[in-house]
Ligand binder design. Structure first.
Ligand code: FES
Length: 337
């Protein structure tokens, strides 16, 4: 009788074949039952004396540990390379080793060490014999216990590898360098500094012929990129500048503008005397020298900042301060302070 009722899927004492609600001790649930198949390489059934890993499993485990070890060492190596000056090619190789070791290790672990797959078998409810549950637990412990316990070793190795990579990922933050502060807004020009040519020679009102021009630097800072300025001598009376700006043009003729294009920072090195304009060779922006170096053609949208000039007691051209605006390309904050 028992056999017949189980074959028909009707547990004893349950009307119309419905399974009793909820699990009951000593009985298996109705419906699909999932089996976990033994790892690849494990002998079928209880074939591992003492519950130890098979030789093949140990071999796979060693390979997984080696992979995670490579990742850990590569992550640490990235720090040494970075702090010893950095070397792009070496860092690339270390990154490849770190990520490759991690990926291969996880792949081996999942595919070969935990090579289980799920299988679904439709079957009728089964009632366990007394003691069967304990026997199952013992068999489970004997068969899979070592693997589960070894998993903690692998998890620790994985955590070490992941931690090393996580730390290495912080390195690009260190490469950002110090904050620029106010350095984008100030140049080498200070009140009283003489304007000198590229040889360091100071300049007087006789330095240029009318419509002549020259690149000048603050004395002691020859070659400093952000401080280079174009000094142009225009015919007297042609400049159309606000009074404050015109007061910073010695003799009404020597006007100076930043040489850095406000579009993308190229040196604005071409002065066209006929039009009294400055031309940037990079993208052909043109600036009106007589009208405060305002752009009137090309992509530049901001005038070239003016360098306020005066004369010292010896008759040399000197700065009255820094440029009247940030030099070079526009950035997120164009204010001077
Ligand atoms: Fe001068 Fe583009 S950099 S126009």
């Amino acid at each position: 009788m028992d056999d017949d009722s189980q074959q028909a899927g009707t547990p004893a004492g349950t009307p119309e074949g419905r399974a009793p609600a909820g699990p009951r001790a000593g009985s298996a649930p109705a419906g699909p039952v999932r089996h976990r198949e033994p790892p690849v390489g494990a002998p079928a059934g209880p074939g591992r004396p003492g519950g130890r890993l098979t030789e093949e499993q140990r071999h796979v485990e060693r390979r997984v540990l080696a992979c995670f070890g490579v990742t850990t060492l590569a992550g640490i190596g990235l720090f040494f390379v970075y702090f010893s000056g950095g070397q792009t090619q070496v860092e690339g190789v270390l990154w490849a080793a770190a990520l490759g070791g991690l990926g291969i290790g996880i792949g081996l672990w999942g595919n070969q060490l935990l090579g289980a797959r799920e299988a679904v078998e439709e079957r009728h409810p089964l009632r366990s014999q007394p003691g069967a549950q304990e026997a199952l637990e013992e068999a489970f412990e004997e068969e899979l216990g070592p693997l589960i316990r070894r998993r903690s070793v692998l998890l620790r190795a994985l955590a070490a590898a992941g931690g090393a990579i996580g730390l290495a990922l912080l390195l690009p933050v260190l490469s950002l360098g110090p904050a620029p502060g106010n350095t984008l807004k100030v140049t080498g020009w200070r009140r009283g500094l003489r304007a000198v040519d590229e040889n360091g020679a100071p300049l007087t009102l006789n330095a240029l012929p009318v419509d002549g021009f020259i690149t000048v630097y603050p004395e002691g800072e020859v070659g400093r990129a952000d401080s280079q300025a174009l000094l142009i001598r225009v015919p007297k009376g042609l400049l159309r500048l606000p009074p404050a700006a015109l007061a910073a043009v010695p003799d009404g003729e020597y006007v100076a503008y930043s040489k850095l294009c406000t579009h993308a920072g190229c040196p604005v090195g071409l002065y066209r005397a006929q039009e009294r304009s400055l031309l940037c060779p990079c993208h052909q922006s043109q600036f009106n020298v007589l009208n405060g170096a305002k752009p009137y053609f090309g992509p530049a949208a901001r005038p070239l900042p003016q360098l306020p000039l005066g004369l010292n007691q010896q008759g040399f051209l000197v700065a009255l301060g820094d440029f009247d605006g940030p030099v070079g390309p526009a950035f997120w904050d164009r204010s001077k302070s």
